[in-house]
Design a protein around this ligand. Structure first.
Ligand SMILES: [Zn+2]
Length: 363
């Protein structure tokens, strides 16, 4: 491993603007990088389902093997004009943009581990892939073309420090509420109206939000309604989500939320349309699963203490586990993701790259 080359690769990847659905320039750069290594990358056929300007970038090394190494291409916020500062112990932006560490650090360390592994002339049979649209919908990993021979997936996309890895993930359901009231003139005939905003607000006040128990969170993220100050508001709409490690808890929580809205709209004579859908499903990878054992052994081999953890965040691991490919999201130490003070410790970048190299050697 060559740290200055690893950092240089990270900086080049971070400088390429690639928001969700606009990953084509980055995919082009990576395809060229892989082709220069004598490999044959391709973009899969997922564009129709993701709405991106490129497919997921996939590259089989050797016969493609059983292991998939994965990172995502898109960033949640723009990296245009990023001015990275490589300090003695860390890499940061100048504070006016994100650094792009989520997930260009994961991409860089996979690509550098790959070129290092190939330069060593050892056998190489595994697959690498870079997904689109992770930050918005997970659509890239949901539509990723998976060779049926793949048995395990190593994702380099957790902000946890190297050594920590996510073996169980929460699920999330989103819900939408539309309350239909009756419009009327607010001054002349307010008695004829039913104020949808007021009804929705009464129900919302009864919904417990935040961390409602150790493994469950509830959030209402948007609330819109009404048309003008002199009109009793006819409609109110809100969008929210429930996350938990337990599918049944998600459904029970949503049952209660729905009941609050049903009671308040009924009492006011308003109409209600309440919908819910799975955003991603929870998963749990046991300690004796091959992917779990590989990670623990590789971590020990590179001198890190294996630390399996549960997560409430959604990632490509949720989609892939949901699709039947056991996937573990590995800590790479990409800290403060999505904020202008995103950073990565150089030691963490090196450690995560060493882990990728070790996993490739074992594949
Ligand atoms: Zn990420």
């Amino acid at each position: 491993m060559n740290e200055s080359r690893l950092i240089d690769l990270f900086l080049r990847l971070a400088a390429i603007e690639a928001l969700s659905q606009h990953e084509a320039p980055l995919a082009g750069f990576v395809a060229e990088f892989l082709a220069d290594l004598g490999l044959k990358p391709f973009c899969d056929d997922s564009r129709d389902r993701t709405g991106s300007d490129t497919g997921n970038l996939v590259c089989r090394v050797g016969d493609g093997g059983e292991a998939l190494f994965l990172a995502h291409m898109d960033t949640a916020r723009s990296t245009a004009g990023v001015r990275p500062q490589v300090r003695e112990d860390r890499i940061v932006s100048d504070g006016t943009t994100v650094l792009g560490v989520d997930n260009r650090a994961g991409m860089a360390l996979i690509l550098h581990a790959l070129e290092t592994h190939l330069a060593g002339g050892r056998p190489a049979n595994f697959t690498v892939a870079f997904t689109v649209c992770e930050e918005t919908t997970l659509a890239g990993s949901l539509a990723l073309e998976l060779d049926p021979r793949l048995r395990k997936c190593f994702i380099f996309d957790s902000s946890l420090p190297p050594g920590s890895f996510i073996t169980s993930g929460s699920g999330a359901k989103t819900f939408s509420v539309a309350v239909r009231g009756v419009a009327a003139h607010s001054g002349l005939a307010p008695e004829k109206g039913i104020n949808a905003i007021a009804v929705a607000a009464r129900a919302l006040a009864r919904v417990e939000q935040g961390r409602v128990n150790e493994s469950t969170t509830v959030n209402v993220g948007t609330f819109r309604g009404g048309t003008a100050v002199n009109v009793v508001s006819e409609s109110a709409e809100l969008l929210g989500e429930v996350r938990s490690r337990d599918m049944a808890v998600i459904d029970e929580t949503l049952f209660r939320i729905r009941a609050h809205f049903a009671q308040e709209t009924h009492a006011a004579g308003a109409g209600l349309d309440f919908r819910e859908q799975w955003d991603f499903r929870p998963y749990d990878i046991p300690a004796d699963a091959p992917v779990h054992r590989d990670v623990a052994a590789a971590l020990a081999a590179v001198g890190l203490t294996p630390n399996p953890v549960a997560s409430l965040a959604g990632s490509d691991a949720n989609s892939l586990n949901g699709r039947g490919l056991p996937a573990i999201n590995l800590g790479i130490g990409a800290q403060n993701p999505h904020a202008n003070d995103e950073f990565i410790l150089r030691a963490d970048l090196r450690r995560a790259c060493a882990l990728a190299l070790e996993l490739m050697a074992r594949s």
